[in-house]
Design a protein. Structure first.
Length: 460
């Protein structure tokens, strides 16, 4: 064996990517991508754009499920990683206190009034697991409340507060936690009255379906929880770091006082996995109550220098490029233009969200011809119409989007925060063309729908 050459390895074996996944990883991933025509070969990326092997350019309205908040390969984040590698720091000794974790914690806390300490892990689900453990220990109570249709991760603890049955099925028994309807203060108060509640964990905007909490809910829920000696955990893994037009989505609402805030995804700069759990000082001091408990909760790679450098650089980019205000401005433009189409297309029912987290929901049309086609799709599988929109967006318009959840007729847009007016208008123009075809009974789109029905039947 000679010296390792990554460039040479990719040149020799890169074309095998789908076969390698089918043989050694999740074999359903390449099968799914080929079924819906998403089996592209992307070779490079920059900002909000992807480029395939033929040099075609694609608009990324997905951002890796929100990970690429500052865009792909941002030069400031890249330089920070080059610098930290060149520095050859004595990293992860476990018996020192390196500066980068302290500096990143200091910066995060300055942007999160009311939070006083930080724990660093490696992902959003780890941030949630930490929050659940800390809430239970700090309150001495076992029960965590969560909202119907919530998504907080897929490890066992976070799966216990996942409101989607499809993810939970077959993985029990899970932790004994309890679901309440999103926005239902009376249901929350009933569960608090039963006792033993450590906390409520809630997304300010649910990722599954893009459902914002009702106005005033977070503040009122926090007040109820605190009155009963329980904590408010706000999951900002996807909504945080400027995406919704505020640095954190809960800050859109006055008088919300969380006890714990979970952060991840965009904090990585798109490079090095990192998660953070921010909390009140009394919670941390109770968990880490003595030198005997110094390692009572830890992660092997949780404060590694590359992740901390990426986090610091990402926060700098968000501030220096004013990406939070940009997300608010471009998001208002995008949602406004899409919402104006609701009355124009029967199957377009609602556009919702905040900043650059946008949900486009479809529903049953009124006219007889369209209703028949819609019913045909729904009988085969819910969510097929949204998929019928997503696929031509990619195939014909080179725009990457996603359906917002299993059996949901909702498309979710979470583009990099660096997009501008041109990208928003490009998406709206492509979307209108597809909706025109759908409402005219266009052959290509409905032919694809019939193929999806066949695939759905074959997969049963």
């Amino acid at each position: 064996m000679g010296d390792f050459d990554l460039t040479e390895l990719l040149a020799e074996r890169g074309a095998e990517r789908y076969e390698l996944h089918a043989r050694h990883l999740n074999h359903q991933q390449p099968r799914m991508l080929r079924t819906i025509g998403f089996d592209k070969v992307y070779e490079r990326a920059e900002g909000a754009r992807l480029f395939d092997a033929e040099g075609h350019e694609y608009l990324d309205m997905l951002a890796g499920f929100g990970v690429m908040g500052v865009g792909r390969h941002h030069p400031v984040v890249r330089q920070a990683l080059h610098d930290v590698l060149e520095a050859q720091l004595a990293d992860l000794t476990r018996f020192d206190c390196p500066p980068l974790p302290g500096l990143l914690a200091e910066r995060l806390l300055a942007l999160t009034p009311g939070m006083e300490r930080v724990y660093f892990g490696n992902s959003g689900t780890e941030a949630v697991e930490t929050a659940l453990k800390f809430a239970r220990y700090a309150t001495g109570r076992p029960r965590i409340l969560y909202c119907d249709h919530a998504f907080h991760g897929l490890t066992t603890g976070s799966l216990s507060v996942n409101g989607e049955a499809v993810f939970r099925r077959g993985f029990g028994p899970l932790l004994p936690d309890t679901a309440v309807p999103l926005g239902d203060l009376a249901a929350l108060e009933r569960e608090l009255g039963r006792g033993e509640v450590a906390a409520l964990i809630v997304e300010p905007i649910q990722g599954k379906g893009v459902h914002p909490t009702p106005p005033g809910y977070l503040a009122a829920a926090g007040e109820l929880l605190h009155r009963h000696g329980a904590l408010l955990i706000v999951d900002e893994v996807q909504t945080g770091l400027g995406r919704t037009g505020d640095f954190f989505a809960y800050q859109h609402e006055a008088d919300v006082r969380p006890d714990i805030v979970c952060v991840a995804k965009a904090l990585s700069g798109g490079y090095v996995p990192v998660g953070a759990t921010l909390g009140k000082e009394w919670i941390f001091k109770k968990v880490f109550s003595s030198m005997d408990r110094v390692q009572i909760h830890s992660a092997s790679f949780g404060t590694n220098a590359q992740a901390m450098a990426a986090g610091l650089a990402t926060l700098s980019v968000i501030e220096n490029e004013d990406l939070t205000a940009r997300a608010r401005r471009i998001g208002d433009l995008l949602r406004g233009q899409l919402a104006a189409l609701v009355g124009e297309y029967e199957m377009l029912h609602e556009v919702r969200g905040r900043g650059l987290m946008v949900g486009i929901e479809f529903g049953r049309p009124k006219s007889l011809g369209l209703r028949g086609r819609w019913t045909m799709l729904q009988a085969a599988r819910k969510g097929l119409f949204a998929q019928m929109v997503v696929v031509p967006l990619l195939q014909r318009h080179r725009i990457l989007t996603q359906v917002s959840g299993d059996e949901l007729e909702v498309i979710k847009l979470t583009p990099p925060l660096v997009i501008g007016e041109a990208e928003a208008e490009r998406f709206v123009g492509a979307f209108k063309q597809i909706m025109d075809e759908a409402h005219d009974g266009g052959g290509l789109m409905w032919e694809f729908g019939r193929n999806l029905i066949k695939q759905a039947a074959a997969n049963r």
